[in-house]
Design a binder for this molecule. Sequence first.
Ligand SMILES: CC(C)(COP(=O)(O)OP(=O)(O)OC[C@H]1O[C@@H](n2cnc3c(N)ncnc32)[C@H](O)[C@@H]1OP(=O)(O)O)[C@@H](O)C(=O)NCCC(=O)NCCS
Length: 336
Amino acid sequence: MAGISVGFLGMGYYVPEKVLTNFDLEKMVDTSNEWIVERTGIRERHIAAPDQATSDLGLIAAQRALEDAHLSADDIDLIVVASESPDMKFPSVACMLQDKLNASHAAAFDLGAGCTGFVYACGIASQTIASGLYKHVLVVGAETLSRILNWQDRNTCIIFGDGAGAAVLGPVEDGYGILSVDLGAKGAGGKFLSMPAGGSRRPATHETVDNKEHFIHMNGSEVFKFAVRVMGHSTLNGLKKAGLTKKDIGLLVPHQANIRIIASAAKRLSLPEDKIMVNLDKYANTSAASVPIALCQARDQGRLYKGENVVMVGFGAGLTYGSLVVKWHKTEEAKV
Ligand SMILES: CC(C)(COP(=O)(O)OP(=O)(O)OC[C@H]1O[C@@H](n2cnc3c(N)ncnc32)[C@H](O)[C@@H]1OP(=O)(O)O)[C@@H](O)C(=O)NCCC(=O)NCCS
């Protein structure tokens, strides 16, 4: 990438306390632990408390990322929040965080790219630093998907969870940091994953509420096929842009949606299990929060080394996809 080298100066995540297991779900919809584990790899997910909204989860993750970066909110020039479940339509979650953090110098906006949101946000935000416009950008992926799930729909309610992850991006040693950004979209597939009502096309009415149109609607098998195609494709594109090949991957941090999607990407990339970060068994699909939570946990497990090529890759509503190839700029100390 041209300009100043940009890397991950600090990271943090937060998941709510309450855990909802597959066995709990068995009592709510016609499903079984066995089916969910076999078809998705998910065993449990975290669910926000009634008084917690997306900005509350994002705030804790952001505070932890700032602490990890040894920076204060005053040092932040821009806040970008990726979310499909904001506290409300507007103001943005980013502006709420700007206020809660007291990041008085920071510009702030939200970005919607579904589960690819964090990858999109880091890709775009990094350019504002590389170009010299800003020095430090706080990127947050935060979701309270439990609020937009139809808990009677077994096709969707079993695969999502709540959580938040954050990163502070800033200048790093030359030659390290984000080497390439590969972002893409296939809008024609948008109908396969959407929340149909609540916008200008179908504003809220009694009918939209009765039809459960304010919840996530998904055609799982279409999204699955798209995901399998783009995960490998975007990873290889990103590597090519960085002048690398699949042999150079040190750690793959994929969007945590379904273990079968991750396994198929791993096969295409000829990657052994120990080079892939997986935590979906415990958190399910936390959409825009999934990649940063997985990245934080990789750090906590001492899996990020100086000079190692870390590839983040995702797909999601839009439909969107994207990858980041990052040459890690420091060896992170294991925390667990
Ligand atoms: C949703 C998903 C797990 C479904 O798995 P699948 O193997 O494709 O299953 P299908 O949708 O083909 O359904 C197979 C059968 O299981 C049933 N089924 C679906 N959900 C079920 C559940 N929770 N429990 C039990 N059975 C279920 C279906 O009704 C279907 O039954 P039928 O054959 O009698 O009609 C899978 O398609 C998926 O992960 N897709 C990607 C979704 C995703 O990642 N979304 C987020 C994008 S960011």
